[in-house]
Ligand binder design. Structure first.
Ligand code: ADP
Length: 446
């Protein structure tokens, strides 16, 4: 006998036994008294059973209206089994529902924690659900906008065009009008016949890096093209002009040499910058004698000035821990700028001082000065206040970018104060932990 059949038998057998008992009792009563009384006993027994079943049926109907597990009726006979089974079915259903709810909750929490924005949309682009990142990216709100078409809320033409084109093989990159400065990548994944997932990703940083790289390549190409055009032009003239006299030829060669030097300086500065940028931390920690370094830089400045400026040096002795080569390049750039942007007859003063805040190389000039709005941008690559003056004096536009990098790598920074027409003070500041007391420095050098 199969399990199902045996169970049915177990449930039905007592009911059948009760009917058999009733039949037996009423038969005995019929035999002992009269058949009418026996029949009455049988009818009374059947009526009692019917009433019991009616009572339990109405209890069942009432419970089914509000199937509360704790309020399930206790049954008698076959009804006890019915209610016990209903109890189990209901309990399993409740457990399944709870598990389903928990899974759905966990799923939503997981999606909410994603760094991407997720919007569930239907075939008519209506929003079913979205996570907080999508709310931020698209400027929508789940509470207020559920059931609305996403293209009515994000109205940027490229977004609307993409969503309505239904061609989702590639992603869309756009900058939402509602979120200036944000660059978004949008993808749509269709996952059911009439439902899709809209995924948004913030690619602002990547776009910015791309823009910087594009600008940089454009700038370098531009910087190299000008001297190359000049050199090319003169070479063509030299080839064509057989009759060119010696002095003219000499002049042209001189100009070509200058342009070649300019390209050389540019390439050197680019290499220095790329070396500085590709190393994350300082690899060398030498003991650098600042006094000696500043005197060397001042001598170079005198050579560059050719006697047109007065160059003063005021030093308290000092030693710092760092890269000598990098600091020399940074100090040299600041000082050569002072010479190049100070008209003849001006004064340039170099001083090194140490206090509790660190060491400070001040380079003060009486030059052309810089308007305040330019100061914050001076250390950007190729940023120049006056392009032609920079080029005439042999500038590459990279000097202060190098200075900034070197100082950053030493934990320091550049300070600039300036008055247009009166002069500037460029200060290379190094933090106290880079300074060495003289006695320590002597030991370290030894
Ligand atoms: P450049 O090679 O053009 O000098 P830098 O990066 O060294 O490039 O400097 C950037 C710009 O800062 C310069 O083009 C110039 O306009 C300005 N500048 C730098 N130093 C001085 C200074 N001492 N006086 C006035 N302007 C300066």
């Amino acid at each position: 006998m199969r399990a199902m059949d045996s169970h049915r038998f177990a449930v039905l057998a007592p009911a059948a036994a009760r009917l058999a008992l009733l039949a037996a009792v009423s038969s005995v009563v019929g035999l002992l008294s009269s058949p009418t009384i026996g029949l009455s006993v049988a009818v009374a027994g059947l009526v009692a059973l019917l009433v019991m079943h009616l009572v339990y049926t109405s209890l069942l109907a009432a419970w089914l209206e509000r199937p509360d597990l704790d309020a399930i009726p206790e049954g008698w006979g076959i009804w006890s089994d019915v209610f016990a089974r209903l109890y189990r079915v209901r309990r399993n259903t409740e457990q399944n529902e709870r598990r389903l709810q928990e899974n759905e909750e966990r799923f939503r929490r997981t999606i909410s924690a994603l760094p991407e924005g997720i919007v569930l949309i239907d075939a008519t682009l209506q929003i079913d659900w979205c996570n907080p990142v999508a709310e931020q990216h698209l400027g929508i709100s789940l509470r207020a906008d559920q059931g609305l078409r996403v293209t009515n809320l994000v109205r940027d033409p490229e977004f609307v065009g993409y969503m309505t084109s239904a061609r989702f093989e590639s992603a869309l990159v756009f900058q939402p009008m509602a979120r200036p400065g944000l660059a978004l990548e949008v993808r749509v994944v269709e996952f059911e016949l009439a439902r899709s997932i809209l995924i948004t990703r913030d690619i602002t940083q990547g776009e910015r890096v791309d823009a910087v790289r594009r600008d940089f390549i454009a700038n370098v190409s531009h910087e190299l093209r000008t001297p190359l055009t000049v050199v090319n032009g003169f070479l063509e003239m030299l080839i064509d002009a057989q009759a060119e006299n010696g002095a003219t030829r000499q002049h042209h060669l001189q100009l070509m040499h200058e342009q070649a030097q300019r390209m050389h300086r540019l390439v050197e500065d680019l290499l220095t910058l790329s070396r500085l940028e590709s190393r994350d931390t300082l690899v060398t920690d030498e003991v650098v004698d600042v006094g000696q370094l500043v005197r060397e830089v001042a001598d170079e400045a005198r050579a560059l000035s050719l006697g047109r400026h007065q160059i003063n040096v005021d030093l308290t002795p000092g030693f710092v821990l760092g890269s000598r080569e990098e600091l020399r390049s940074a100090f040299g750039n600041i000082v050569s700028n002072a010479v190049r942007y100070t008209p003849a007859g001006g004064t340039i003063s170099l001083s090194w001082h140490e206090d509790a805040n660190g060491g400070r190389l001040n380079v003060t000039d009486t030059g052309i000065g810089i308007a305040t709005e330019h100061i914050a941008r001076l250390t950007e690559r190729f940023y120049r206040v006056d392009k032609s003056r920079s080029r005439e004096t042999g500038g590459t536009g990279l000097g202060l970018a190098i200075v900034k990098h070197v100082l950053l790598r030493h934990g320091g920074h550049l300070d600039v104060q300036s008055d247009v027409g009166r002069g500037s003070v460029f200060s290379a500041v190094l933090p106290p932990e880079r300074l060495l007391a003289q006695s320590n420095a002597v030991v370290a050098v030894a």
